[in-house]
Design a protein around this ligand. Sequence first.
Ligand code: G6P
Length: 609
Amino acid sequence: MCGIVGYYGYRDCSDVLVDALSKLEYRGYDSAGIAVFEDGNIKIAKSKGRLSDLVKKMEKTGKPKGIAGIGHTRWATHGEPSDINSHPHCGKNVTIVHNGIIENYRKLKDYLISQGKTFVSDTDTEVVAQLLDFYYCRHSDPVKAIIETTEDLEGSFALAIMFNDYPEYIFALRRESPLIVGVGENESFIASDVPAILKYTKNYYLLEHNEIAVLGRYGAKIYDLHYQKLQKELKTADWDMDAAEKCGYEHFMIKEINEQPTSVKTTVLPRIKDGMPTLEECGIDDSFLCGIRQIHIVACGTAMHAGVVGKYAIEKLARVPVNVEIASEFRYKSPILDKSDLVIIISQSGETADSLAALKLAKSLGAKTLGIVNVKGSSIAREAEKLIYTLAGPEIAVASTKAYMVQLSVMYLFAFRLAFAKGKISQSECENYIKLLNEIPDKISEVIENQLENSQYIASKLINSDSLLYIGRGLDYALSMEGSLKLKEISYIHSEAYAAGELKHGTISLVTEGMPVIAVATQDDLFDKTISNIKEVKARGATTIVVLKDGVELPSDVADYIISLPKTIDLLMPMIACVPLQLMAYYSALLRGNDVDKPRNLAKSVTVE
Ligand code: G6P
């Protein structure tokens, strides 16, 4: 949550900070602010609302002018979104922006008040600013002040810091919350994530926990908490600038939906050798797989929904039992694990606090761990024993689409190889699954082309509903969960996903005249059963939207609207059927006039519990 940036160079600093923050708004967007050294003094502009509100404000008041500064885009945790609670926050000699949570801020605040400090905001961040000031007054050395402050702080945080007396420098510190240092020609950057710097440079250092960066005229220097200078490996981002731009699309979400065929190819192809799935480059060989007796897939939100599809695939093909767990539940429920258990953590960002904590817990209990992660070098990627990167490139829209799609791809690759390693499927069966998986990107493109208008039309019929249901059985139910979440996240229409056969045990009482019910019916062996359930809601007045395979005959009077999809085997249908669900959610949000990429109250990277 929250995005922070910093800059020292030769460009107009306010422009760079605003531009970099615009690439981090997915992390939070209820207020924004910047601070710039202007003629040796710190000038601050900040505002409740979107970054665009800050820009408008600066158009009236004038933007700070200088070549060094810091910036912030906020997802409120301590204190409501307001001008006062917006970052940057200040002590007498210090100005900071902060991403993360200071867990012991109450105690520190009481102490600082007892020392005569006063506070203007409700934030935990201001406590850090005052504490830095406290130690700076003692040492007159910024790095020493940062080191002492860090020793007092509990929690996870990343900070960018300016000291009044050091207008030639920008300081930063990382503990847990992600932070990179971008290295350009005669300029350097601080950012919570790579897309913020891609326009200026692809080269960066990944700060480790408790490392301090100092940007200045000579470039960027990095220190540990003993004030020892560190030699860091310079990394090069393999994402190009287009990845962080809309490239002519109206929203990132629709761009990312369209990128799905490419993302699947990029993720799957490097993991196929001689027609067989191979995960050996990820350190996963058949002997590792054979040693697995039980699997726990642990994740949050959309990533957890990808895990539910994975469960069906793994159990069906490999006959290994799989539990899917919500990370925030798993971490507090005393899970029963041993060394023959594999805990798979799925995460787009690799920074989700609950998923990371679940991973650490699983390791401490002796289980094998595997991360399925999109962001390179992220905390979960570094913590997991085995790692498979999904290669979707940066996902900017808060509502996940292409990341979900590649998480599904990896789930299938994993299920195929596990089933083969366990002797549950033959080599030729495994090769056939891979062949079919390779056909999926073209089918996704076909759906986007053929179902765009239909999805838009159906969305126009949904947008005045107060509530709707998604129903399905088996894999269709697993997919319904994601369809429902997508709609809720961005259209703000209430919906629930229900196992179609379970409806009659209570939830069918909600069905009244005109209530939309989206029925996913792509599984041949469950088709007739699902049709019966659709008839049950239809008989009670529901407006039904049925998602099914091309060429499948539907009894008359079952569907008000039909979404017909290219065929593949039932097992892989979620990769195709999720596309119209994404499109319907997208158009519902659009038609309701919502901010599609930045839905209210949400953030993409959830680094707090
Ligand atoms: C947030 C996002 C969701 C995402 C979830 C898990 O809630 O808004 O889109 O699915 O976090 O994020 P992760 O980065 O761990 O996949």
